[in-house]
Ligand binder design. Structure first.
Ligand SMILES: O=C(O)C1=C[C@@H](OP(=O)(O)O)[C@@H](O)[C@H](O)C1
Ligand SMILES: C=C(OP(=O)(O)O)C(=O)O
Length: 497
C-alpha cells in the first residue's frame, strides 16, 4: 500500500512504536504536525525527535451484505474526559470502568498525571488519585492535547484556578481552532495568557485568587460552559453560566455526583447553571456508558444497508445527545431504544437499528447542539434518503477538527451526491442509489473519515478516505467493530479484505 508521510514537527511526545523515521519518499511528506498517536495506556512515554515522519493510511469501504449482530462501542468521550478531570480534583481515589481508551482521552490522562494526579490502569479499571480542588501542581513540560478540543478547553478551566504557568500545545488541527471563546470568560475570572494569543500553542498563567463570574454563552458550547464551571469550583463564591440552547450537561451531572453544589434554573427559555466555589469533591466509582456519537456510525450503516439488524449495547441516551437518533427516526429509520435504564447518573439503553427506506427531512437550527458531532454522518444518511434534507444552524461545524461543513460537501460531491452549503445551512439531495467511487480528504478529522467509510458500505462503488489514522482519537475499534457486524474494508478501491 502506498504511504504518504507527514512530519511531526516539534512535538514533545509521541510513541516509539508508530514512528517510521526515515522511511518513505521525501517528496511525499505533507507538512502537517501530528501529535500523540496511540498513546499507550500504561502511560509510558517515549520521546521522539522532532520532524519524525508518520504514515498516513488510506482505507476503502466496500458495499456490504446485511449487517447483523450485538456490539458494544467504547465509552463516551465527553464523559471520559470529565470523569478523569473530576477524579483529579476530588479527594481520594476515583475508579472508572468503561473509560474510552482513545488518544483524546489518554492525552487528558497524561496531562493530569503531569499536573500531579496519578492515573493508572489496574485490570479493567482506571484509577485517578485526586489532589483536591486547587491541589494540582506545576507540570515540568508542555501539556500536549493532540487533536482534542474538549481536553484543551476544559483543562484551561482547571488550570485557571491554580497558581501555575502552563504551556499548552496540540496538533495542526487543534492549533487552528478558536480558544478565545473559552479564554474570554476565564480571563475575566483571573487567567492570564502570554501575548494575548487565542490559538495554540499558548502559555496560560492561572491564579489561586480566581473570582466568580456570571457568563452568558455567546455560542452554544458545552466546552465553554464546562470550562467556566470547572474554574468556578476554584473561586470563593457562586459562578453561573447562562445558555439559551441546551448543550450536553455531563459536567453538571457529574459535578453533582462528586458532591459539588450545582443549581439549574430555567427561565424565559434560558438555563442558568450555578456552581458553588471552594468546592470539596469526593472520589467515587463511575461506569462510563457507551458513546452515542461513535454508535451513530454503526446505526447509520445498519439503517442504510438492506437487510441489516443490529443492537448496540449500553449507549448513553442523555436527551442532550440523541438528536441524530431522533432525526433518523423522523426520516423513517427503524430505531428503538430497548431496556432504558440509568447508569452512573446518566440514561442508557440498547439501541436496535434495522434497515428501512428513508426520506429527506428538515432539521431546525435549535436542534444542532444535540447532534453537533453527528452532522457528517447525518449528511451521509441523507444522501441515501428520498428527497432533500435541509440542516440549519451549522455555524459551529466550521470550527471542529476540520471545517466539517466544507469537508462534508466535498466528500458528498466526490461521491456523486448533490449537496451545498449556504451560510450555516447544509442541503443534501438524496437518492436511493448513491454512486460512491470517490476519494475523500479527511483533514485530520476522525468524524469525516468514519462518516465516509460508512457511506462506502452502502454505495455502489467503494469510497476511499485518505487517512484512517485520526479515528484513533475517538474510536480506535471502528474498523474492527464494523467488520464484526459484516462491513468490508480494504486498502484500495479494488481490494476488499
Ligand atoms: O463538551 C464536550 O465534551 C463536547 C462538546 C462539543 O463541542 P462544543 O462545546 O465546541 O460544541 C462537541 O463537539 C465535542 O465533541 C465534545
Ligand atoms: C469536536 C469533537 O471533539 P473535540 O472538540 O473534543 O476535539 C468531536 O469529537 O467531534
Amino acid at each position: 500500500m502506498p504511504h504518504a508521510f507527514r512530519l511531526v514537527k516539534n512535538k514533545a511526545w509521541a510513541p516509539r512504536r508508530l514512528a517510521l523515521t526515515g522511511e518513505g519518499p521525501v517528496g511525499s511528506i505533507a507538512r502537517e504536525p501530528r501529535a500523540i498517536l496511540h498513546y499507550t495506556p500504561a502511560l509510558e512515554l517515549s520521546r521522539l525527535p522532532s520532524d519524525t515522519a508518520i504514515a498516513t493510511r488510506p482505507l476503502a469501504a466496500h458495499a456490504a451484505g446485511p449487517l447483523k449482530g450485538r456490539v458494544r462501542v467504547p465509552g463516551d468521550k465527553s464523559i471520559s474526559h470529565r470523569a478523569l478531570m473530576l477524579g483529579a480534583l476530588a479527594t481520594g481515589v476515583t475508579r472508572l470502568t468503561g473509560l474510552l481508551e482513545a488518544e483524546d482521552v489518554l492525552n487528558t490522562a497524561k496531562a493530569l498525571q503531569a499536573l500531579g494526579a496519578p492515573v493508572e490502569k489496574i485490570g479493567n479499571e482506571w484509577h485517578v488519585r485526586g489532589r483536591g480542588v486547587g491541589g494540582l501542581r506545576q507540570p515540568e513540560g508542555p501539556l500536549d492535547f493532540g487533536n482534542s478540543g474538549t481536553g484543551t478547553r476544559l483543562m484551561l478551566g482547571i488550570i485557571a484556578g491554580h497558581d501555575m504557568t502552563v504551556e499548552i500545545v496540540g496538533d495542526a488541527s487543534l492549533s487552528r481552532r478558536p480558544m478565545g471563546r473559552v479564554l474570554a470568560p476565564l480571563i475575566e475570572m483571573g487567567l492570564e495568557i502570554e501575548g494575548g494569543r487565542d490559538r495554540l500553542p499558548l502559555v496560560a498563567r492561572g491564579s489561586a485568587n480566581l473570582v466568580p463570574t456570571e457568563y452568558v454563552l455567546p455560542v452554544p458550547s458545552a466546552q465553554v460552559k464546562s470550562a467556566v464551571l470547572l474554574a468556578g469550583l476554584h473561586t470563593a463564591g457562586d459562578t453561573s453560566v447562562i445558555e439559551s440552547e441546551a448543550t450536553r450537561d455531563h459536567t453538571e451531572r457529574m459535578l453533582r455526583a462528586f458532591g459539588a453544589d450545582v443549581r439549574v434554573q430555567e427561565r424565559d427559555g434560558k438555563t442558568r447553571i450555578t456552581v458553588a466555589g471552594e468546592a470539596e469533591l469526593q472520589g467515587r466509582d463511575f461506569a462510563v456508558p457507551a458513546d452515542p456519537s461513535s454508535a451513530a456510525f454503526l446505526a447509520a450503516a445498519a439503517a442504510l444497508v438492506p437487510g441489516s439488524d443490529i443492537v448496540i449495547e449500553g449507549v448513553l441516551v442523555n436527551p442532550t445527545r440523541v438528536g441524530f437518533y431522533e432525526v433518523l427516526r423522523e426520516m423513517g429509520g427503524d430505531v428503538t431504544f430497548v431496556d432504558a435504564r440509568e447508569e452512573g447518573g446518566e440514561p442508557v439503553a440498547d439501541i436496535r437499528v434495522r434497515h428501512a427506506p428513508l426520506k429527506g427531512v428538515s432539521v431546525a437550527a435549535h436542534r444542532a447542539p444535540s447532534m453537533i458531532d453527528e452532522y457528517p454522518i447525518l449528511a451521509v444518511v441523507a444522501a441515501f434518503a428520498e428527497g432533500e434534507t435541509r440542516m440549519d444552524g451549522l455555524a459551529e461545524l466550521k470550527v471542529k477538527e476540520s471545517d466539517r461543513l466544507t469537508a462534508t460537501v466535498a466528500g458528498l460531491t466526490a461521491n456523486g451526491v448533490i449537496a451545498r452549503a449556504e451560510g450555516d445551512t447544509l442541503t443534501v439531495r438524496g437518492a436511493r442509489e448513491v454512486r460512491g467511487g470517490g476519494s475523500v480528504a479527511t483533514h485530520l478529522d476522525h468524524r469525516i473519515a468514519m462518516a465516509f467509510l460508512t457511506m462506502g458500505l452502502a454505495s455502489r462503488d467503494p469510497v476511499t478516505v485518505d487517512d484512517i489514522g485520526m479515528v484513533a482519537t475517538s474510536f480506535p475499534q471502528f474498523v474492527a467493530l464494523m467488520e464484526s457486524i459484516g462491513a468490508r474494508f480494504g486498502a484500495g478501491p479494488g481490494r476488499a479484505r
